[in-house]
Design a protein around this ligand. Sequence first.
Ligand code: FES
Length: 86
Amino acid sequence: MEKVKVKICEGTTCFVMGGQAVKSMISTLTEKYKDKIEISSVRCFGTCNKSDSFSKAPYVMVDDEQISSADLEKVIAVIERKLNNE
Ligand code: FES
């Protein structure tokens, strides 16, 4: 089974908007999902530069789905949906 890829933005905008806390929370998921997810970081998705997107940081990508105003609940919901092929 291919792992669900979780990419956390570590760019300045996302950092300022709470990305570091989200990263810390997401890192706790490795225990729950063990070999089902792969967590990595990116410098910036570029989304924060688009008009009206600044306030929706922090951003997290789960496979091809971008989550705005990311928090742990939103990320888990998308991971679960991906794992269940919904
Ligand atoms: S800093 Fe996160 S999308 Fe740009």
